[in-house]
Each structure stands twice: as C-alpha cells, then as structure tokens.
Design a protein around this ligand. Structure first.
Ligand code: ADP
Length: 397
C-alpha cells in the first residue's frame, strides 16, 4: 500500500471515529469512500435478539434512485440470505418495470455483520445498471462492512454504558434513601417514645394542659409516621403496578377545590387562587387524583414557604390541564430531569423534610391515567407543575 492511500485511510478513519453518533459515523464512512467504491444505496439490517426478526437499522441513498430506494426494503431478501449463510452474497436482479431501462438491473452485494463474534445482521450495497463488482470493489465494500460492524459494536457499548450509569444512579439513590428513611422514621418514633415515657413516669405528675400538649405531639407524630409508611408502601405498589385504580367520571375542579379547602382549614393564611374555564368531566380515580394535588400543595408549602399558590385549570384537546404555580426559590435546571424519580431529592441546603417519594407517586398516578406531568421552574421566580389528564384514558394512547 502506498503512503498516499495509507494517509487517506488514516484521515477517513480519524474523521469517522470522531463522530459520536453511529449513524453520522456511517454517513461519513460511506461518503468518504464513495470516490473509490461507487454504489447507489446502502442499508444495514440487524436481527432483533428478542424477536429474531430483522429490521432496517440504517439506510442511505447516495446515487441514482435516491428517494424511492432509501428505506432499505430493496435489500431485505439478500440480507436474509447473507444472515442464513453467514457469508458474502452477490446477486443480480432483474426488476419488473413498464419502462425498461438500465435502472431495472440491480447489482446487490451483501456482507454479514459480526458484532463481537456474533452474526448480528447484514450490510447490503446496491448498484443500478452496473457495473458488476470488481474484486477490488468487493474488498473495499468488505472493509466498510467490517468498519460498520465495529461502529455498531461501539453503539452497543455506549448504550450498555448508559444503562449501567442509570443503574448506578438508582443504586446511589437507594443508598441515600435508606439513610433518609431511617432518619425520617426514627424522628417521629423518637418523639412518640420520649413523650409517652415522660407521661408514664411514676415520679412526676403532669398538669392537664401539659398532658394534652404531650398527647397532641404523640398524635401528630404518629400521623406523620403513618403517612410516611403509607407513602413507602404506595410507591412500592405503584412501582410493582399492583395498585388498583377505580375510574369513574369525575369533575377535576371539584376535587381540586376540596383539597384546597381542606388545606386552608389547616393553614388558613395560605393564599390559594384558582382560575378556571368550563371543563369537561374526566374518567379518573378521584381519590388518587386528590393525592396528586395534596402532594403538589404540600411541596409548594414546604419548598416555597409564604408564597401564594396560583392554579389555572383549562380545557385542552381531549383533556384538562392543571397548572400549579408557586413563587418560591425555584429548582436549578440541572436537577429538573430527575425530580420525578423515586427517592430523588434536590441536593443543597434545603432543610425541608422529605423522602423523594411525593413526585414519583404523582407521576405514577398521572401515568396510570394516561396523562402527563411535568415541571417548569425559574430560579428566584418559582415553580410550576403542569398536569394533563385525558377525558377518557381508555381511548387515549
Ligand atoms: P420530597 O418532598 O419528599 O423531597 P418530592 O418527590 O415531593 O420529594 O420532591 C422531589 C424534590 O423536588 C424535592 O426534594 C424538592 O427539592 C423539589 N421540589 C418539589 N416541589 C418543589 C417546589 N414547589 N419548589 C421547589 N422545589 C420543589
């Protein structure tokens, strides 16, 4: 091999390797070598290990017959042959056409793609109207097939890496969760134990108002403990999809107003405003939907203390939308993609208590209704949670 060819290959290799995305890398590969090996279309067919079926993973038309042939259907049968035989196949096909021309004679060249040591698919080139493939062309094409297989392997490794990262993050969240939960469970339990032991002491007598105060604390802490345990069980049931939903026609605005009234009974100073247009009733599980609203209220109270809560309810195509806004500190953008994950809490100096289960529970409930929930937040301006529920989940998606 002369130095010029070597240097050319080196440059192409470098350019292809620098492309992050495997399809862009393939585009670069085929286009750079097209001056030395001419073809019209190329397609890659990969076997789906789950179904054993074959699908077109990549298709590109670079020459004549661009649009009509770009989808890769043309090479399916050669790809099947290549995969069955595990070796290169060359085939000439005469195509049925009313206007016979040279485009009707297709020259197909297929190569097996070995990813690792496994036969994972086939790469097929097509030339319309020739010329036939020379042995040098076959070598060039074979080089590209090797290269394509290496790029597919790189893609698989990148995907595996992403999965691994996500599993590692989950494991870290679980670890954090164990320490949070043990703290969260111990705190109310500590109060309950402390105040009841005090009340039971033989050597001291408590006046009635002190007794009442202690019993109130015990009662509230027991409620908190029950709530926490309920959240944990609920999130476990939602995750395992064993929670039953009871759908019936409900008026979302009535549910929201009920929750708001309940909250105002406990916190009369909390300012809640609700704007709404006439809304259709929706098929939903009213109790679960109240739970979503309760969680959103509770978060706004915790993370945007002293802020007014402004809710706008509107009708959207085949559904209703509830936008739930506070004017708190907001959430930094980099944490937004994670806040609906189980156990996730925004890191930082926040002192509010929590387990990272609330929004996860909200999201699971909304998804069980085939709805959608997302967040928009601006630092120092506030946070808005938006919930969309379809009128009838059974006909939606
Ligand atoms: P928890 O409140 O138990 O931590 P959530 O799942 O309800 O868990 O919320 C996840 C995180 O999202 C919280 O830790 C908090 O940092 C952030 N967050 C939720 N709601 C708001 C809000 N209204 N304003 C600012 N941050 C919020």
């Amino acid at each position: 091999m002369d130095t010029q060819t070597l240097s050319l290959l080196h440059d192409i290799f470098q350019e292809v390797q620098q492309k992050q995305d495997w399809k862009t890398a393939l585009d670069t590969l085929f286009v750079s070598l097209r001056g030395y090996f001419v073809f019209d279309n190329v397609a890659i067919y990969l076997v789906d290990p789950q179904t054993d079926g074959m699908e077109v993973a990549y298709a590109r038309a670079v020459g004549r017959g661009k649009t009509a042939e770009a989808d890769g259907v043309w090479g399916g049968s050669v790809a099947n042959e290549v995969i069955a035989a595990g070796r290169m196949i060359i085939r000439e096909t005469k195509r049925e056409s009313e206007n016979a021309n040279r485009m009707d004679l297709a020259y197909l060249l297929g190569f097996p793609l070995y990813v690792g040591s496994k036969l994972s698919g086939a790469l097929v080139f097509i030339r319309f109207g020739g010329p036939e493939y020379s042995s040098l062309h076959i070598q060039m094409a074979s080089l590209q097939a090797f290269w394509a297989a290496a790029l597919i392997e790189r893609r698989d490794l990148q995907e595996a890496r992403l999965q691994l990262d996500s599993v590692q993050r989950q494991m870290r969240l679980q670890d954090d969760f164990v320490s949070t939960i043990s703290h969260e469970l111990r705190t109310p339990l500590g109060f309950i134990k402390g105040y009841s032991t005090s009340l039971l002491r033989q050597d001291t007598t408590w006046d009635q108002s002190t007794q009442l105060e202690f019993l109130t604390i015990i009662d509230e802490e027991a409620d908190r403990l029950a709530h926490l345990i309920e959240d944990m069980l609920e999130s476990a049931r939602l995750q395992s999809k064993t929670l039953q939903f009871k759908f019936s026609p409900v008026r979302i605005e009535a549910i929201l107003r009920d929750v708001a009234t309940r909250i105002n009974t406990h916190i009369p100073e909390l300012k809640i405003t609700i704007d709404q247009e006439p809304l259709p009733s929706v098929q939903a599980d009213g109790i679960r939907i109240s739970q979503v609203f309760e969680n959103l209220f509770s978060n706004a109270i915790k993370y945007a203390p002293n802020s007014e809560i402004h809710i706008v309810m509107s009708a959207v195509e085949r559904g209703v939308r509830i936008a739930f806004a506070d004017h708190g500190d907001g959430i930094p953008q980099e944490y937004l993609p994670f806040i609906f994950e189980r156990f996730y809490r925004v890191p930082g100096e926040r002192t509010a208590k929590g387990t990272g289960l609330g929004l996860y529970i909200c999201k699971q409930i909304v998804m069980a209704h085939h709805g959608n929930i997302w967040v928009e937040s601006v630092l120092d301006k506030g946070t808005t949670f938006i919930v969309e529920l379809p009128i009838d989940p059974s006909t939606d998606k």
